[in-house]
Write a protein that binds this ligand. Structure first.
Ligand SMILES: [Zn+2]
Length: 180
């Protein structure tokens, strides 16, 4: 994983380019939730499931199919009234993207096994050829260490700066459109 901060910030960046009229507090909170939840699979280590297994870390919960299912599920659960409308599609898209962003960041980290993007159809693990983000330690106590510090610095550069640029550009584009 990248750290919780890296994942959550990415969801905020993605959200910033969505229409203002769908952005309520649930939208932001649930977006962050989606961007973090794939790592609930670390419980598999405690259950004795091997890393490379279907339910192992970075397995099915890190796949695109899971991202889509979660996107639909969260929308049905929290925005049922909007489900059959343009807004509903936006919500599904947003929550799916937030969840998938988690796996994409993971595939850019330096450690562990790759991500099972195409599970359950193909359980191979993938990394991107370019992996600038330092892998984050698992567990809070490990995070407050020299390792944790290095992770935050690498995320500040590779997630923080691009996210802020993205958020700022979305704002500019929005302003430009409203002026036109
Ligand atoms: Zn992960």
């Amino acid at each position: 994983m990248a750290s919780l901060f890296g994942h959550a910030l990415t969801s905020v960046a993605i959200g910033s380019s969505f229409p203002k009229n769908i952005q309520d507090w649930k939208f932001w909170l649930l977006g962050m939730f989606c961007s973090i939840i794939p790592d609930a699979d670390v419980i598999s280590f405690k259950l004795g499931i091997a890393y490379q297994d279907f339910w192992g870390h970075r397995g099915f919960t890190h796949s695109f199919l899971f991202a889509f299912i979660l996107g639909v599920f969260i929308t049905v659960l929290f925005y049922r009234k909007n489900l059959i409308s343009r807004k509903g599609i936006m919500y599904i898209m947003f929550f799916t993207l937030c969840t998938a962003s988690h796996s994409i960041l993971d595939a850019m980290t330096t450690g562990g096994l790759g991500v099972a993007f195409f599970s359950p159809f193909d359980n191979s693990r993938y990394f991107f050829p370019w992996r600038p983000i330092k892998v984050s330690p698992i567990g809070v106590s490990n995070f407050f260490s020299e390792w944790g510090k290095r992770v935050l610095v690498s995320e500040l550069i590779w997630i923080g700066i691009p996210s802020l640029v993205y958020i700022y550009s979305s704002k500019l584009i929005r302003r430009y459109k409203s002026v036109k």
